[in-house]
Ligand binder design. Structure first.
Ligand code: HSE
Length: 309
């Protein structure tokens, strides 16, 4: 086999309090990929309809960096061509970089008939995140690879726990960041009170998944003292909009991953009203893209068979 077609989901990293540790996968949108081996010895990247000007330079592209890491680790000389069919907006904290890195590593593992474990693949794929956030982190990559809710159990070496999620509705306001990354602005000096609360809320998230309690899950993902204070700043009216979203019956709301998108967890009958509140509050931002109504999913990277296209 010289060519493989795959899809990988958008993901919400951090999921409230779990900075760089938690992530969950979304049913839609999914990026699609065609990965092929050749004899050129080079890595080439092509993006169909590249309206978001994603760099194709291998050293600046998430897929490129993940493939380079794969080649380096296993001393491989094959040429690799990746064609990306983008459906996930870039620069909005929707995990499109994690989707690319995961799909490429998964694809190479299959094409080269290697038998890497998912932890080994995630360890390689996280190097792709250097292209977007400046440093490797495994949260988006893990959820894109495995689907469901993922928890980084250990960073060194990488060990991921996947928890199956009940499928529940998500409303997502896609808003781009105005700068490439805000990771450098995050403070880790949050003080004793907030630190204890952060640990408590992380524990509540996991307990809510184990007990399949979506209302409790929503309450637990609404508090974050690490990323949210930084990522909320460029989102006009964020805390006022969040209050309205929760008053309208959402179980929870927070900033998605590296920002500036906002997501809410809710019941199906509240999706339209919450989408409307998000539109009214965020659509005036110059970085606003669109409102999406989607769901969680337990499917990560998937092979696309010819009959499914
Ligand atoms: N955990 C990462 C962050 C996700 O918050 O920066 C975005 O890459």
């Amino acid at each position: 086999m010289k060519k493989i077609r795959l899809s990988a989901p958008a993901t919400i990293a951090n999921v409230g309090p779990g900075y760089d540790i938690f992530a969950m996968a979304l049913e839609n949108p999914r990026d699609e990929f065609e990965i092929s081996l050749n004899d050129s010895g080079k890595i080439t990247i092509e993006i169909e309809n590249n309206t978001e000007n994603i760099p194709l330079d291998v050293n600046k592209n998430t897929a490129g960096l993940a493939i380079l890491e794969f080649q380096k680790k296993f001393n491989l000389s094959d040429g690799v061509h990746v064609k990306i069919f983008k459906k996930i907006h870039s620069g909005g904290g929707m995990g499109t970089t994690g989707a690319s890195a995961s799909a490429c590593v998964f694809g190479l593992n299959k094409l080269l008939k290697m038998s890497l474990t998912s932890n080994e693949m995630i360890n390689i794929a996280q190097m792709g995140e250097i292209a977007s956030g400046g440093s490797p982190h495994a949260d988006n990559v893990a959820a894109a690879m495995l689907g469901g809710f993922t928890l980084v159990r250990n960073y060194n070496p990488i060990e991921i726990i996947k928890l199956d999620l009940p499928v529940f509705p998500i409303v997502f306001a896609a808003i781009r960041k105005s700068e490439r990354t805000t990771r450098g602005k995050i403070s880790y000096q949050i003080g004793e009170e907030k630190l204890k609360e952060q640990i408590a809320y992380c524990s509540r998230v996991i307990h809510a998944i184990h007990t399949q309690d979506i209302a409790e899950f929503g309450a637990a993902i609404s508090v974050d003292h690490i990323a949210e204070p930084v990522r909320a700043v460029p989102i006009p009216n964020y805390f006022e909009a969040k209050r309205k979203i929760l008053e309208a019956g959402a179980f929870g709301c927070n900033v998605s991953g590296g920002g500036s998108s906002v997501f809410a967890v809710c019941s199906e009958d509240k999706q339209t009203a919450i989408a409307q509140i998000m539109f009214e509050n965020f659509s005036k931002s110059p970085h606003f893209v669109e409102i999406l109504k989607t769901k969680t999913t337990n499917f990560g990277v998937q092979e696309i068979s010819d009959s499914a296209r």
